[in-house]
Design a protein around this ligand. Structure first.
Ligand code: IFM
Length: 507
């Protein structure tokens, strides 16, 4: 009945008006169409979502190993762990139904490595783990929701901690065993693969003792070894797919980078240079190695670490070298970039930077200060300044790296709870508009995924920091989900495929 162009438009406008009335507070001047081939989605990750830490044959994750042992108080700020988390292991069907009802095109999730390989070794595959992810993927496909599957999102079998985790190149071999099992079992249905989530930031946090296992203080050395191993792990996983699976399965393999844009705190030459250096250092290490013509580490990264290492009396650079054959092996090993992006950092450079950071450390190497403590991720003003930065971030990748396909794989806003999350609504609206601006400016950005679909275990911030479109009541045994205002709002965007340039009149 509504299939002709004019009637379809009338129906859409009518639907939009109804949604506007229902969500009341949000003015709906729906003035921008979202292209049909631009995917709108959301995301979750295994350890943060599933719980069921010891059910159906799952082995301990390195998080379980760490958090089940006594830790200094406030190590996770509410002293929690993810033994139960949002109970996604049992509630995934209900959640996927909500994703469907929201009208989303994609859901990003991650595999729990210890649920598939409980001991870390590939001689014992846990069939119940394979079954769980088969059902999860099938449930998504039943509703035409595209699975975006991450192989590694900070969830590793505890056994591999004993090998030193990602500082040991042998762990790359264990990872490849696991990757092959994923391609073999799920590659017939998963067409968008992510090898590793946020390698740069993961290595920095894990080996500068900031917030991820193995919680080691190997600052300025271990983090760079981890980065090299992850570059190689990504490259080998990509090459494995392209050699043995691509032809038959027809999917794509990418990796995810956490890139927050860095602005100079003032317009002094030092601050402007500091922002430029830190964008190259912290955002482009992996982009350069994979997408640049020359490959390898960005020049500035090598120069700075080599010089600081010499100054500090190290007989060789703390940055592990990449041989010519490694540079070649790593080049070109992503079909797309997944970008996680949250806020703008304001950086400066002056003598006081000498006293700010551990020596040696990545931040001392790049030699910058942030205007706020970088650990204060919940300082909401940092989230507000994003839109211009999101545009700059995307256009910089377009210009510098030959316009690779990009998916925004995470973007979201943290609160401490409550259903009236007007700030989150405004933030998503601004960020998504900036992404669409970049697309109109020629950037090959293909999708946007809000982090996160429901509240999750937020690592060091336990259950205090909440990113969900849906609130989860972590005190109720059935982990009740309740839609926040942002869930209604995002549903409106997804179902009408229109977005206002600006959210107005949020009461
Ligand atoms: O919750 C995390 C996610 O696991 C990785 N990216 C950042 C999110 C918010 O901190």
């Amino acid at each position: 009945m509504f299939s002709s162009g004019k009637n379809w438009f009338v129906m859409r406008t009518y639907q939009t008006l109804i949604v506007c009335v229902l969500i009341g507070q949000i003015a709906c001047d729906q003035d921008r169409r979202i292209p049909r081939d631009f995917m709108l989605g959301s995301g979750l990750s295994s350890y943060q979502y599933e719980g069921a830490w010891n059910e159906d044959g799952r082995g301990p994750s390195f998080w379980d190993a760490e958090l089940h042992n006594p830790k200094p108080k406030d190590f996770v700020i509410d002293n929690s762990n993810a033994d139960l988390a949002a109970d996604g292991y049992h509630l995934y069907k209900e959640d996927i139904q909500l994703v469907k009802d929201m009208g989303l095109d994609s859901l990003r999730f991650s595999f729990s490595w210890p649920r598939i390989l409980p001991t870390g070794y590939a001689n014992k595959i846990n069939q119940a783990g394979i079954d769980y992810y088969n059902d999860f993927i099938d449930e998504l496909l039943k509703y035409n929701i595209t699975p975006i599957a991450t192989m590694y999102q900070m969830d590793m079998p505890a056994k591999l901690l004993e090998y030193g985790s990602w500082t040991n190149p042998a762990v790359v071999d264990f990872f490849l065993d696991y990757v092959k099992i994923l391609y073999d079992n799920f590659g017939d249905r998963v067409k968008l693969w992510i090898t590793i989530n946020e390698p740069f930031i993961y290595c920095y946090y894990s080996y500068s003792n900031i917030g991820f296992p193995p919680f080691l203080d190997l600052s300025g050395v271990g983090d760079y070894i981890c980065m090299k191993n992850m570059l190689i792990a990504n490259a080998r996983a990509y090459r494995l797919y392209h050699k043995h699976y691509r032809k038959q399965q027809g999917g794509q393999v990418g990796l995810i980078l956490l890139n927050n844009w860095h602005e100079p705190l003032t317009n002094s030459t030092d601050d402007v240079e500091a922002a430029d250096d830190s964008n190259k250092f912290m955002n482009e290490m992996f982009l350069h190695a994979i997408f640049s013509e020359v490959g390898g580490y960005p020049k500035i990264v090598k120069q700075k670490i080599d010089a600081k290492s010499a100054e500090q009396g190290f007989p060789r650079s703390r940055l592990p070298p990449l041989s010519e054959s490694e540079i070649k092996m790593i080049k070109g090993t992503a079909d797309f970039v997944g970008l996680n992006s949250y806020f703008t950092s304001y950086v400066y450079r002056n003598r006081s930077v000498d006293d700010l950071h551990h020596v040696p450390s990545m931040l001392n190497d790049v030699y910058i200060g942030f205007d706020v403590d970088p650990a204060a991720l919940d300082a909401s003003y940092r989230f507000k300044s994003v839109p211009d930065s999101a545009y700059k971030l995307l256009m910089n990748i377009k210009e510098s790296y030959n316009n690779p396909p990009i998916y925004i794989t995470e973007n979201g806003y943290t609160t401490q709870g409550g259903l009236d999350d007007d700030d989150r609504v405004e933030y998503i609206n601004d960020f998504l508009n900036a992404v669409l601006d970049a697309r109109e400016g020629g950037c090959d950005v293909r999708g946007y995924n809000v982090w996160s679909f429901i509240d999750l275990f937020e690592w060091k911030y336990g259950y205090v920091n909440k990113y969900g479109l849906y609130e989860v009541d972590f005190s109720s045994p059935n982990r009740t989900r309740t839609a926040r205002k942002s869930a209604h709002y995002y549903k409106n965007i997804a179902t009408t495929r229109t977005i206002s340039k600006k959210v107005k009149e949020i009461k």
